[in-house]
Design a protein around this ligand. Sequence first.
Ligand code: HEM
Length: 403
Amino acid sequence: MSQLSSDLPAFPMQKAKGCPLDPPPEYAELRTERPVAKARLWDGKEVWLITGYDEIRSIFTDPRISVDNTQPGYPWLSEQAKTVVLTGGVTPVGRMDPPEHTAMRRMLGQGFLVKKIQGMRGELEALVNGLIDDIMAGPRPVDLVAALAMPVPATALGWILGVPPADQRLISLVPRLFDEDSGLDGAMAARAELFKYMEDLITLKESDPGDDIISTLVGYHRQGELSRPSVLIQSVTLVAAALDTTRSMITNGILALLQHPEQAAALIANPDLAPAAVEELLRYTVVTEFASKRVAAADIEIAGETIKAGDGIICLISAGNRDEKVFTDPDTLDIRRSPRQHLGFGAGIHTCIGKQLARMELEVVYGTLFRRIPGLRLAVPFDEVVFRNTFDVQGAKALPVTW
Ligand code: HEM
């Protein structure tokens, strides 16, 4: 992809005005005409955009595709993302290829066993009900990002990591880590704070292990299967991967339901629809638009194009999730359709390790919130809701609601 062709479209593309939950209109055009197409990045580099559902799945499951972000062709979306994400020589799970990745997933998987996650459900329901009690007792309007979407994933992740219950620091770190208002200096300071926080937690688990993922990783380190720096990086990665995504998905899902009151009404009338609503909202309001970046490790023929070894690739999940070949009437939000095959958690070996936890959080939040406050509505016009667009995750900055 070295030769310069000035006619390539610039990437990222803009969303249509007033449609923050929809993918940019160009995606549909690309998907129909060229589901594998070149575009140009901010730094002048070319990148392959994958917009067709089948083509995205094919890239996700192709062993000739790498996630190694130290390759020269890896598609960075900004200098800031590169600076904040690169971890100084120790590879996080999301950037490992097999066989290193296979071993790391096996170790991390211990913290995400289905039985373990399901066992947290009662505690999660109590947490969400408690937060909603506070919301209902407090002044209106209330910002649901601060009151609900931030504390739920941070607290639930704390249970997985084995964070002592009184320790609330993760919750306050999230906005500083991920919000564009903090700027590069603010984000780097928050990142240093997160590393220190996690180092302290690991030290605690070394002397007082529990039934949690950090203690498990410490155990693998003691057996010689994992380096000490890797214990730190994998723990930090879980925070980076879990919190901004889940808080944004909680917020965007609520916003989509408020924008489509007939869908919210269906959920209120039939709470059993909550699991299907989660899947449909993951399909319809993707928050990890640019998360799935790759580099080709060999020449690959796909959809009539040749992706050359070393070329950068971005799988546009939100485009795949609106592919009419797979989803009937894809631009319509319909919480009864239960589209389990959506790409909201990726696919293949890098599929989201926290997806069972995230699904449970979303189900409990959407279900409980609309059951307990059926009159919930936005306190500002829809087009005044401001979105963040930092790094790989998109979500509303604040969600002022009333009832
Ligand atoms: C609604 C919330 C979430 C969404 C939408 C989401 C989405 C995703 C997606 C799309 C990927 C694949 C990225 C790729 O293909 O390159 C991914 C990977 C990952 N996610 Fe999530 N995620 C969520 C919540 C979580 C949670 C709660 C955790 C942990 C507690 C987590 C941990 C991870 C990790 C560690 C990876 C990398 C896995 C690997 O490379 O093997 N995520 N997530």
